[in-house]
Ligand binder design. Structure first.
Ligand SMILES: *Cc1c(COP(=O)(O)O)cnc(C)c1O
Length: 428
């Protein structure tokens, strides 16, 4: 077979110029921000039981729009989704030493939010097709101390919510959805993030829509909503005057989002549907173009849900390819495809391996509040580990403002690498 020499071995590069960076902010956001700046009110929160306890007009308007959009009773803005996750774990009434089951294939804050309340993260394994929590592994990790499940809708596709909610109901657990990467994704006609007891989205500048930094918490539960608002805004000084009787976890923070961010958020939310559609169409074009490449598995999208492609994940069948991921990855990189190898195995972070978080004596794991010795050793999440160690490749769809031509170039680069797979194999 005649094929062009790979860029990795000195041939011409397929993608010669870097793709345009994605920027979701436009003139509408600019104008909205200008109006807020001119008004002079950049935030209107007061950390007291007062009419300003719930924030200013843009905060309220954005929250109303979010509740309408995602079809939930309550939407609560926060200054980051990490803050949102912390507030959510506190709001569902987690006690020190309670166990919360979480996936290792996620951004680290999904688990640190649990630790934050001195609760214990327990890592369950993931589904090899969707990379989301595997319901069977969740069930296998339930102990008498389990109180909640932290579900993550990773890369832009919802987890198996019916199965996970059924497990939660059976064992009386609360469920939190970390839908940071999947705003606008659907699960059986409902928005991902809205099926759990509490869920939400990140508004940081890497995500589909952003306000620089920020987050939105969604829930249909009035009690959880009130507790979220309290934790967001100095709960401890508010509970007395507000007449709140349940003081558990009523330790407040300043997790408030400003008027500027919310004014931008209002405009960003209007654009979310369009962004999602265009990303889906690009991803479908990529999937179509990569079809038939031997030993390469394109994203699996379950029939009852949609994928919003924060990341476009690929899996290599190494037996079929008989080449290493490192070499294939290097060849793609050399052609100009900014594909990443590895994602996350957060259970293997030093904090969990050394069991050192608060202070230097192993708290909370070594304290009396921890009921048992939780295992974070390599091997507890074999699927997530194998993907990370050897078979996964991912393309950050939210990094670039891609055109169909860009997608076609990516396809061309993959085809070139695949037509030279023998050479790669010999160098593996
Ligand atoms: C981005 C992200 C977060 C954190 O969101 P921030 O707004 O950056 O704090 C949490 N979980 C996942 C899965 C994310 O992708």
């Amino acid at each position: 077979m005649t094929s062009q020499k790979l860029a990795l071995y000195g041939g011409p590069k397929t993608i010669k110029t870097e793709f345009k960076r994605y920027n979701s902010i436009g003139i509408e956001e600019e104008q909205a921000v200008k109006k807020v700046v001119e008004s002079g009110v950049l935030s209107q929160f007061l950390g007291a039981w007062h009419e300003d306890f719930y924030g200013g007009s843009k905060v309220k308007e954005f929250e109303e729009q979010c509740a309408k959009y995602f079809d939930v009773k309550h939407a609560i803005t926060v200054n980051s989704w990490t803050s949102g996750l912390i507030a959510a774990v506190g709001a569902i009434g987690i006690e020190p030493g309670d166990e919360v089951i979480v996936t290792p294939w996620t951004m680290s804050a999904s688990a640190t939010a649990i630790l934050h309340w001195n609760a214990i993260p327990v890592f369950a394994d993931i589904d090899p097709e969707t990379f989301n929590l595997c319901p069977k592994s969740v069930e296998a990790n339930i102990s008498p101390y389990t109180k909640a499940i932290m579900v993550v809708d990773i890369f832009g596709q919802s987890a198996d919510m019916d199965e996970l909610m059924a497990i939660a109901e059976k064992h009386r657990l609360k469920v939190i959805s970390d839908t940071a990467q999947a705003p606008g994704a659907l699960y059986k006609g409902k928005y991902a993030g809205t099926i759990a007891h509490v869920g939400g989205y990140s508004l940081n500048y890497h995500k589909h829509i952003h306000t620089g930094e920020g987050g939105i918490i969604v829930t249909n539960d009035d009690d959880i909503a009130e507790r979220l608002q309290l934790i967001r805004n100095h709960a401890e000084v508010v509970v007395g005057d507000k007449g709140v009787s349940n003081l558990s976890n009523m330790i407040g923070y300043n997790f408030r989002l400003g008027e500027i961010e919310c004014a931008m958020g209002i405009e960003q939310l209007k654009k979310l549907g369009g962004f999602v559609k265009s990303r889906q169409s690009l991803a479908n074009r990529l999937t179509e173009g990569l079809k038939g490449l031997r030993g390469l598995r394109t994203p699996v999208v379950k029939a009852d849900r949609t994928h919003v492609y924060y990341v476009y994940p690929l899996i290599l069948d190494l037996e079929e390819l008989d080449a290493s991921r490192d070499q294939i990855h290097a060849a793609l990189q050399a052609e100009g495809v900014a594909v990443g190898k590895r994602y996350q195995n957060i259970h293997l972070l030093p904090m969990y391996q050394k069991k050192m978080a608060y202070g230097s004596n192993g708290f909370p794991w070594t304290s009396d509040i921890c009921h048992r010795d939780v295992n974070y050793s390599k091997g507890v999440c074999p699927t997530a580990e194998e993907l990370n160690d050897s078979t996964y490749l991912g393309f950050g769809m939210c990094v670039y403002d891609l055109s169909n031509d860009d997608i076609d170039l990516i396809i061309k680069a993959f085809k070139k690498v695949w037509s030279n797979i023998e050479e790669i194999k010999n160098n593996s």
